[in-house]
Design a protein around this ligand. Structure first.
Ligand code: SF4
Length: 599
């Protein structure tokens, strides 16, 4: 484990105790353990005391499909609670190959700095010439000046300007996207972390490891074929057909222009090839370039489904090239596209309803579908100019600033703007968003998938009805535990999908045993995941989270979804209370959501 103090410009290498590796594995497990032990209560997220805990898992550094992610754990400046974010690309493998499972960054530098880590050597390097540069330029300059092989995680101007949903970028297309880790990095005046590792990782039981790898490779040729061919984009059409695609800031569940931004349209008009994280043959990333029109020459990795939603349906935009451009602007300036799209769409919603006037938004006229104005707003947010300075604090803070009706229209949970699934069309999503520890999130439970295919995540032949409520709570709990294990092992979700796997509980257990040489049972790993979940809740309760924070946005109760197959649906408050009570009971928490278990 490498611990870096930016204030004193010192670093320490420490061994992780064997019992901690066994008890907390890696990733999220070690992340929450370190935060609980080393981060004081009520620390301001943008103060020098906040920590950035980068952590990988036992599969890192091998060329295992879906094994190239890294996690970062911190107190979020967007939500004020536990922050976690995961990134593919090359950062995680290099950290591991340099000899570290964990990198803890604390303190604040007196001037812009970047860290250079080359195996056991750590240097604090002047980044004054990089401050103000976008993420693409920063990566290029560091590679040119240091070593073409070095891998860079860096922030753009949004991180420097403490935009609360700023992200950390890697390989010009992968991000630690959610919860504002980029703002924490900016608050420490840390522009980048550049790593080169030359170590070698060997699984303890190579034969068994190889069997699992071969199994996964074989399965991925069929089960994950669509990911390789189209990436995540097909979800945009699927969700619109399901009537649960948030459209025009959560007014509607179906987008009439969805075909203009579909996976097929992307493939035909902008996609030029595939991109992969380190050693992953699935290569679900899509490299896109606009060939003609006002955005000719714009290149980006993406857009992913979530960006097609946030700058497409949510903003009422059916212009694919404009979405590619918005994606590129966010990547370069270093902003999470889900939060950025939501905050822009929220501003449009308030403007169209007459809650915000032209004067308040700097003389702009905001309307759904107007991509030109949306593109003008994005740099204003990143540089905190004019009305952009207000939007840079996220939907919750914007709503508070405007007050009144705006607070009733704002869609967020614990301050985090939601991804592309409307809970009025998938009822289990209301609970999943509400109890997700980092705020409204699709990845902590992935419960949309069993609901969309109508099958239980883990039990063959058990059907799931997406308009059902309490019946789904046990499955949500199990999904939460499973993905806590996945995030502790640091595996990509796309190789651990509900219903189809290919890796589910037993396969992940086999993989863990092959990597570590241990012989644990699935029940042991379930217990580890439950313990880690409880610790995250303890952290959040310590930071002030109570039952009142575990609710979906009020708007979902009172405003029926319009259009599509879920037309007229709301989240029924009584049924939601039933789900929440049941969830608390299973978790062993009291009525106020406080864990009664000692951890
Ligand atoms: S499946 Fe896609 S996101 Fe996951 S590791 Fe492979 S390339 Fe990266």
């Amino acid at each position: 484990m490498l611990r870096v103090d930016l204030t004193k410009k010192r670093f320490f290498v420490e061994e992780i105790r064997d019992e901690d590796l066994k008890g907390f594995i890696g990733g999220k497990g070690l992340g929450i353990k370190i935060l609980l032990e080393k981060l004081g209560k009520n620390v301001s997220p943008l103060s020098p005391e906040n920590l950035l805990v980068f952590a990988v898992g036992p599969v890192e550094g091998l060329t295992f499909p879906g094994g190239a992610k890294a996690g970062v754990f911190f107190k979020s400046p967007l939500t004020g609670v536990f922050g976690e974010s995961y990134c593919g690309g090359t950062f995680g493998p290099q950290l591991k190959l340099a000899g570290y499972d964990v990198l803890i960054v604390t303190g604040v530098s007196d001037k812009p700095t970047y860290l250079k880590i080359f195996d056991g050597e750590v240097e604090f390097k002047d980044a004054s010439h990089l401050w103000g540069r976008d993420a693409y330029e920063t990566e290029d300059i560091i590679k040119r000046d240091e070593d073409r092989r070095i891998q860079v995680a860096c922030i753009g101007p949004a991180g420097e300007n403490l935009v609360r949903f700023a992200c950390i970028n890697n390989v010009k297309g992968r991000q630690f996207g959610r919860c504002g880790a980029g703002a924490v990095m900016g608050s420490k005046r840390l522009k980048a972390i550049a790593i080169l590792g030359t170590g070698k990782i060997e699984p303890e039981n190579f034969e068994e490891y190889n069997r699992i790898r071969e199994y996964l490779l074989e399965k991925s040729k069929t089960i994950l074929k669509s990911l390789t061919e189209y990436g995540t984009a097909p979800m945009i059409t699927l969700m619109s057909k399901a009537g649960a695609l948030p459209t025009r800031y959560w007014r509607e569940g179906e987008f009439e222009e969805v075909e203009k931004i579909s996976a097929e349209t992307m493939k035909k008009n902008v996609v030029k090839g595939n991109r992969a994280c380190y050693g992953c043959p699935i290569a679900c990333g899509k490299f896109s370039r606009v060939e003609s029109g006002p955005f000719a020459g714009v290149e980006v990795e993406g857009p992913e489904f979530e960006t097609l939603y946030s700058f497409g349906s949510l903003c009422g935009v059916g212009n694919l090239e404009a979405i590619v451009k918005a994606n590129e602007v966010c990547d370069r300036l270093g902003m999470d596209t889900i939060s950025a799209g939501n905050v822009v769409a929220f501003a449009i919603e308030c403007f169209e309803r007459g809650i915000l006037g032209e004067e308040a938004v700097g003389g702009l006229r905001l309307s759904f579908g107007d991509w030109e104005t949306i593109l003008k707003l994005l740099p204003k947010i990143a540089y905190r100019e004019g009305f952009g300075d207000v939007l840079a604090d996220g939907v919750r803070e914007v709503a508070k600033r405007i007050g009144g009706e705006a607070e009733k229209l704002a869609v967020h949970v614990k301050g985090l703007e939601p991804p592309a699934y409307d809970p009025r069309g998938i009822k289990a999503k209301a609970l999943a968003y509400a109890i997700s520890s980092r705020g409204a999130c699709h990845l902590r439970h992935f419960v949309h998938r069993p609901n969309l295919v109508g099958k239980h995540a883990f039990k063959k032949d058990v059907a799931v009805d997406r308009f059902s409520h309490e019946e789904q709570v046990e499955m949500i709990v199990e999904l939460e535990d499973f993905y806590t294990l996945v995030d502790t092992m640091i595996l990509c979700r796309f190789v651990c999908l509900p219903v189809i796997g290919p890796l589910l509980w037993d396969e992940v257990t086999r993989l863990y045993n092959a990597l570590t040489g241990l012989n644990v049972k699935t029940e042991d790993l379930v217990k580890t995941a439950v313990k880690i979940n409880q610790m995250v809740r303890v952290f959040n309760v310590r930071e002030g989270v109570t039952r009142k924070d575990d609710y979906p946005p009020e708007r979902f109760y009172r405003e029926p979804l319009k259009k599509g197959v879920a037309d007229g649906h709301v989240v029924e408050k009584e049924r939601f209370e039933g789900m929440l009570n049941k969830y608390y009971r299973i978790r062993g928490w009291d009525r106020d959501g406080k864990p009664s278990l000692k951890v």
